[in-house]
Design a protein around this ligand. Structure first.
Ligand code: GDP
Ligand code: MG
Length: 436
């Protein structure tokens, strides 16, 4: 029986394929949503082309509607693109050296504080913050305030105008004070410039960091991609930090950056509080981007449209007195998708109270489903084909008594008679079938 059921399910699933037209429209909507979420056009196109290829022909899994499958494909692809599983973070050195780079205002200093706090409270490390921004005395003050706030030591040299030697001296300091992580906060400029790049590159070659984190403001949208590329060309950084995700944020930057420089996003920052640092989870970001562009809703709409087409087909069949077992089974499954039988009946006015204490189980459906699934496709499409011999075989196939099969056949026949009658009525078939 299980084997038979499986074959039956397989046939059903085949029919529930997302069709090509459906996909083309949905994919277009997804692309638009991604672009709205600040994903670069070219990347959005490449991405949706891939989704399209995957969706076409992919079979619907057990009890998953085509729309849900589409959302799943999009989400899986997004997750994949953003790095699959959580990226590693190397703080094994003693001291481990972490270099922070990025444009001015991107959130480097704030992030340095957050990272120090995270490593101290979550990883049991003893961090040393290093102020290597030699251009603005206020930058040293800012880091000092943060360090005090989280109870972490800071290293700075107000008179030293050489960031490289400050970083080198900080390592000596860390060793003498038993600090096992050094976080070097560097200076940024408002735009990419050669002096800034040279300075950071020099610090890199002098201290050989185990992690170079590129900090980028997620609100800068398309610019974020260009900045990431420039920094990566020069520094070959090990990871990205996406900040200000708490704002009116464009999650799309995550996707574009990952796609362009192919470096993992390691942390996200969403707030100015020292506690709001998060490890980056690609699947969560995928969900966020999906939600942002309301892609799930778009796909649901496509799915509703798909259902509507099915309903129209069914109505036509009823009009022509061609309603068959397969249609019946499809309807049953539609009803099941909407919820359990008791809840559904409860929605009918006046019924809710009456059935409050009545035990209505969905098992009533199961018997009927099993009987239909035990039929061959020909039998499902042509109820008149079923004679005594076939009834015996069907009953055997689903483990029911022949009396059960007979009872169901009779009910089904009555239903068809009723449909015929309604078709003959002057106002036509005005009623609604369940699930339509
Ligand atoms: P830096 O120039 O790269 O060191 O950037 P700062 O760390 O000084 O941050 C620039 C501004 O952005 C400051 O006003 C921060 O308070 C703010 N900021 C930094 N990170 C975040 C964040 O995740 N969310 C929000 N809302 N603001 C942030
Ligand atoms: Mg700063």
């Amino acid at each position: 029986l299980t084997e038979r059921l499986e074959t039956a399910f397989k046939n059903l699933k085949g029919e529930a394929k997302i069709n090509e037209l459906n996909i083309a429209n949905t994919v277009k909507d997804i692309r638009r949503a991604l672009i709205d979420a600040d994903v670069n056009y070219k990347i959005a196109k490449e991405f949706t082309d891939k989704v399209k290829d995957k969706a076409i022909g992919e079979k619907v899994l057990n009890a998953i509607s085509p729309g849900q499958l589409m959302v799943k494909i999009v989400q899986d692809e997004l997750t994949d693109l953003m790095g699959g599983t959580e990226a590693s973070f190397d703080i094994s050195g003693n001291p481990a050296i972490i270099l922070i780079a990025g444009l001015q205002g991107s959130g480097k200093t704030t992030f340095s504080g957050k990272l120090a706090n995270y490593l101290k409270t979550q990883k049991g490390k003893s961090p040393l913050l290093v102020a290597a921004d030699i251009y603005r005395p206020a930058a040293i003050d800012q880091l000092t305030v943060l360090a005090e706030q989280i109870g972490v030591d800071i290293y700075s040299e107000r008179e030293n105008k050489d960031a490289v030697s400050i970083a080198q001296n900080a390592i000596k300091e860390a060793k003498s004070k038993n600090k096992n992580v050094i976080i070097i906060d560097t200076a940024g400029r408002l735009a990419i410039d050669e002096a800034m790049m040279t300075e950071v590159a020099n610090i890199k070659s002098a201290v050989n960091p185990s992690e170079i984190l590129f900090v980028v403001d997620s609100m800068t949208g398309q610019d974020a991609v260009n900045t990431a590329k420039a920094f990566n060309d020069r520094l070959d950084f090990s990871g990205v930090v996406l900040t200000k995700l708490d704002g009116d944020t464009r999650g799309g930057a995550a996707l574009s950056i990952k796609y362009t420089v192919n470096k993992p996003i390691k942390f996200v920052s969403s707030g100015e509080k020292m506690e709001t640092l998060d490890v980056f989870y690609p699947d969560r970001m995928a969900q966020r981007i999906l939600g942002m562009g309301d892609i799930a809703t778009l796909v649901e709409k496509a799915q509703a449209q798909f259902d509507e087409e099915q309903a129209k087909k069914l109505e036509k069949k009823i009009r022509k007195n061609q309603f068959d077992f397969q249609d019946f089974l499809d309807q049953l499954q539609q009803i099941k998708k909407m919820g359990n039988l008791k809840d559904l009946m409860g929605m009918i006015p006046g019924v809710g109270k009456a059935i409050k204490d009545v035990d209505i189980s969905d098992d009533a459906f199961k018997g009927v489903e099993a009987i239909i699934q035990s039929m061959t496709p020909e039998e499902r499409g042509n109820p008149d084909l079923i004679d005594q011999k076939r009834k015996v075989r069907i009953a055997k196939g689903c483990g029911k008594d022949i009396a059960d099969v007979n009872a169901f056949m009779k009910q089904f026949d009555q239903m068809r008679q009723m449909m015929k009658m309604m078709n003959k009525m002057p106002m036509g078939f005005g009623g609604k079938m369940p699930g339509m």
